[in-house]
Design a protein around this ligand. Sequence first.
Ligand code: NG1
Ligand code: ZN
Length: 535
Amino acid sequence: MAQWQEVSEKSKLHPKPVGLVLQYGTAGFRTNADHLDHVMFRMGLLATLRSINTKAIIGVMVTASHNPEEDNGVKLIDPMGEMLTPAWEVYATQLANAEQDHLITVLKDLVQKESIDLTNQEAEVFVGRDTRSSSARLSDAVLDGVTALDGRSKDYGLVTTPQLHYMVCCCNTRGGYGKASVEGYYSKLSQAFIQLTKSAPNRTDDQKCLLVDGANGIGALKLREMEPYLQGALKVSLFCDGTGGKLNHQCGADFVKVQQNSPKGIVMKAGERCCSFDGDADRIVYYYSDDHGRFHLLDGDKIATLISTFLKELLTKAGLDLKIAVVQTAYANGSSTRYLEDTMKSLSHFVIVRCAKTGVKHLHHVAQEFDIGVYFEANGHGTVLFSKAAEEKIQQLCDDSEGERQGAATLLKNSVDLINQTVGDAISDMLLIEAILAIKGMTVQQWDAIYTDLPNRQLKVKVSDRRVIDTKDAERKTVSPAGLQEAIDRLVERHQDGRSFVRPSGTEDVVRVYSEAATQESADALGHEVSLAVY
Ligand code: NG1
Ligand code: ZN
């Protein structure tokens, strides 16, 4: 078939380095940008086949999120704006690793296995990219892949990852989710935010100010673009906006979370609200400095607690009997889980708490089981999902009720509109948090005081082959190598409130070690001891 010939010819322009093996990890492929040209071309091919297979638009985002500027990566987006289905991750890995002269065979196998009819089938792929210097040429390689299989493509250029997820969802729902343009995204979110914060009339200008660390990346660019749409309802003071510093270097959500410190060079006044995005703006963490200059982090767990409490209170006021769950990972601070499971129950704010494997695709999947699923990784990656039935009930109550019930239903409706349900979104999450704080008249300190985090530590250990570590129970326990779990158990026992687990990273060639305990010294010691047991 002529088509295969063309693919074969074009693929020679994007040659695979012989012997290079990459895995579709926690969030797609990620490595040094110099090794990714062939992967991008092939992901263009894969997205085109997926588009034919699902009869829908598929997204390809070129980004390596919080990794250093020198790295790059690619994330694929399925029809409803969710992450690529795991079965196709396997194809993605096979395609990325096929040696040059084997590529067509692997493609034909895929076409046969998925019964894809290549004749007269329309395919469309949306492509977006972050601000890395390598992203433009790599997204061109994706577009080449789409063209090689006669697919149509739309290049959205510089967008945040969640913006591209939004575009894919909007188009595949024929506008049901919003208008598929960055302007459509800004308008939808801004309108919802303005409506929500109208319910907080006593909010002062001081409370409207927020310091935002844009990680020197795409989030900074896009937030600046969005500002006029917010019509002064939120005043943003943007730093690490890409004009001076390097992407993710000593700034951004990952730096702040892992270092448990503010971005380098930022001056924070006591009590001032600050937040950091990551390199593709799908993560956010908040923080502030207290009167003694001590740094306080409000991570994904604190965000999930704030949002779920807010939604639960509104459901109670609206008299809506909807099941709400909070989905966390093993990295969730023990205090947050205890608060959600015990304290909220004692306050009659019952929420279901579940633990999923690391990676938002796993949390997203679990959250879909409930009427309302609030999911966040501790690192600040997360969102809220509403079932169709839940959205309909909320809408109906807005139309049919009055007084306090209608007020609560309207706030719920505006929250639904403000939330990017396709994936974690730093801009959307930031606006939701700002609206909740305004409506509740809450300072960042009061939010922080909901519960006190257990001191914790995250470490990385380099081993020769991280895949020898296998885990179970949502990664909270190891099953191999033999004896490791017993060793961890013995170490944990020696520390008050101790908890620790290890797992192979899906984005870096390391084993991650997490530890928490009653004091920072104890959490650090436990982390160190467990690292030695892994090594
Ligand atoms: P890995 O490298 O698999 O731990 C990291 C984050 C994940 C997720 C992905 C994708 C931690 C401990 N892990 O995964 O939560 O966000 O990157 O960006 O933060
Ligand atoms: Zn990210």
